[in-house]
Design a protein around this ligand. Structure first.
Ligand code: EPZ
Length: 419
């Protein structure tokens, strides 16, 4: 298993091009199943999660070819409506093929994604929405067996709480349903509007995406389209926090500040100077030590859960005490004990972590059990004294494109150690 060796203490100077958003790419890729015509996606990050979904799409009969960051998908004929356990269990986003298969073919058998390192993460809201649209849903030996032989119909769906995946899944199923579907309490993450843009380019009729009420008027069929995946806001935020820890000045291109929601003013308050440029953002650390700051993770536009771990790494050496409350996932502090191994002073009580900033962390061998937690260890290592060895790099390969290359070109001492 590959490792990353990082020697801390070098400020970052230079430019990093932000990749397309993983969590948008995975959903627009699933949208290709809805049409028998080609879908061309630009700005698709080359990540292990993208490859994993491509393997699943191939199993359904989708032809795919990459050229640079452009991905051409063609689901001319669906050859199988089965999404097997082996391909779904490794990545929860795979579950989102259920709605498109059901909408287009009238039936699908998709493995339940199961639990994951950050929490139980059920799919009850996804299934209730499909049932409201007329599908019969049964669970059998770990599989969801869904049928809608005469097609799906529009429905009024009011989610009891915000779910990104369930909002996207409902949109993916509703575009080919008869009549109008209204989604209330919809997630407002930028990836939702990106998916709606892609589906509308394919001929769907979706309005309101990005707001709390989304209306989808079903159409008979979708057609060929091109779509550019929006910038990865989590990658953007992570590199901003790398500056917060290592110091220096980075220009992040091909991204936008508004995608960060509440994270942007929060980072400014800690002492980062953030400037919008024509093509992105410029970030500079204005004080020797950042100021402690309290955050609560919330659905967009609140502070994103996917930046919580990285923020904790940054607060580990800030001046003062910060509290970090995680309200989205029940088990998303696995990075805390690892950061503590580097000398961080963190105590966790339920959904709140208290971080007492120390002057400096010390390199250590560390590992994490999920993608964002692993990134928090990389960020901590960039400012730590001595060498940190981050184990289980495959987590990072799932979601950060060319991570070590991007950081090394800005002066970080970071190297992949192959094993
Ligand atoms: C998406 O997960 C992202 N994944 C996550 O990013 C992100 O952390 C999350 O949204 C929140 O922003 C992808 O887009 C592939 P949710 P998702 O449904 O859709 C509960 C990363 O690191 N829930 O908004 O699965 C759920 O357990 C990943 O890139 C139900 O109870 O998140 C959670 O507590 C990690 N029943 C909360 O809702 C359901 O049917 C919000 O989850 C659905 C969700």
């Amino acid at each position: 298993m590959d490792k990353l060796a990082i020697i801390g203490g070098r400020p970052l100077f230079g430019e990093i091009a932000i990749s397309g958003a993983k969590n948008s790419a995975l959903k627009v890729m699933a949208a290709s199943l809805l049409s028998d015509e080609a879908l061309t996606l630009h700005n698709v990050p080359r990540l292990a999660d993208v490859d994993m979904l491509l393997r699943l799409l191939a199993q359904h009969g989708v032809d795919a070819s990459f050229e640079g960051s452009t991905l051409r998908l063609n689901a001319k004929t669906i050859t199988s409506t089965l999404a097997p356990y082996d391909l779904v269990r490794k990545m929860r986003a795979s579950f989102n093929v259920l709605g498109p298969l059901l909408a287009r073919e009238g039936a699908a058998k998709v493995s339940l994604p199961g639990g994951c390192a950050i929490g139980a993460r059920p799919v009850d809201l996804h299934l209730k929405a499909l049932e409201a649209m007329g599908a019969s849903v049964a669970l059998d030996e770990g599989y969801v067996i869904a049928e809608a032989p005469s097609g799906l119909h529009g429905a009024e769906i009011a989610f009891p709480f915000v779910s990104v995946g369930a909002t996207e899944h409902t949109m993916l199923a509703a575009v080919l349903a008869r009549g109008e579907t209204v989604i209330e309490n919809a997630a407002r993450e930028p990836e939702i509007a990106d998916l709606a843009d892609c589906l509308n380019a394919m001929g769907a009729d979706i309005s309101g995406a990005g707001g709390t009420t989304i209306r989808v008027t079903g159409v008979d069929r979708l057609h060929t389209a091109e779509h550019r995946v929006l910038p990865d806001r989590i990658e953007t935020g992570a590199y901003m926090m790398a500056v917060g820890v290592a110091g220096g000045e980075l220009t992040l291109t091909e991204t936008r500040g508004e995608l960060l929601g509440a994270a942007l003013p929060a980072l400014e308050e800690t002492g980062l100077h953030i400037e919008e440029t024509e093509t992105g953002l410029r970030i500079r650390k204005t004080t020797d030590r950042l100021h402690a700051m309290d955050i609560v993770t919330e659905p967009f536009p609140g502070f994103p859960t996917d930046l919580q771990a990285q923020f904790m790494a940054m607060m580990a050496t800030a001046e003062g005490v910060s509290t970090i409350k995680e309200t989205i996932f029940e088990n998303r502090f696995m990075h805390a004990p690892e950061l503590s191994r580097m000398g961080a002073q963190i105590s966790v009580d339920g959904e709140t972590a208290t971080v007492r900033g120390v002057e400096r962390l010390k390199g250590a061998p560390v590992m994490a059990t999920d993608l964002r937690a692993s990134m928090s260890l990389v960020i901590a290592a960039l400012g730590a004294e001595g060498q940190t060895m981050v184990n289980r790099v495959y987590h990072l390969d799932r979601g950060f494109e060319r991570l070590e290359e991007k950081l090394a070109q800005c002066g970080a001492l970071i190297e992949r150690v192959k094993e």
